[in-house]
Ligand binder design. Structure first.
Ligand code: 5GP
Ligand code: ZN
Length: 123
């Protein structure tokens, strides 16, 4: 999984590419070579963290060739949830995908939500 500096991996005008490039003020929770985790600007739970790959991928529907990236994102989400103290009580990971899925920012991201009882079904 290469970094955005390898070229062709940043989408012009993409909000989360700009956040990954640190062009916008963001409350960063964690970072590694391939991913960035930051607080959602409109939190839907006491803990609401977004986890993104630094390279641009439109959505989960477009990530068919990216099995390693997807595995690492999920493992990173698991580790973050543990680090944020959510593992024991529980948490929710959400990937809204395209329009019916409620995706508003078209750069793949995982929502990590915790700190309250989640309900089901989601709206
Ligand atoms: P989606 O609806 O695409 O699954 O989630 C996009 C999320 O990005 C929303 O929860 C929204 O609140 C969050 N968001 C949108 N713009 C910004 C921003 O500029 N900064 C941060 N930190 N979060 C944002
Ligand atoms: Zn992007």
């Amino acid at each position: 999984m290469g970094g955005p500096s390898e070229g062709g991996m940043v989408m012009e005008g993409c909000l989360f590419c700009r956040i990954a490039a640190k062009e916008l003020p963001t409350q960063i929770i964690a970072e590694d070579e391939d991913t960035l985790a930051f607080t959602d600007i409109r939190p839907q739970a006491p803990v609401h963290v977004l986890l993104i790959p630094k390279v641009h991928v439109d959505s989960l529907a477009e990530a068919g060739e990216k099995r390693e990236m997807l595995g690492r994102l999920l493992d990173t989400a698991r580790g973050l949830a543990a680090k944020l103290g959510l593992a024991e009580k529980g948490f929710r990971v959400v990937i809204n995908t395209n329009d019916d899925g409620g995706q508003t920012v078209h750069h793949l991201h995982l929502h990590i939500l915790g700190g309250r009882q989640m309900r089901w079904p989601p709206g």
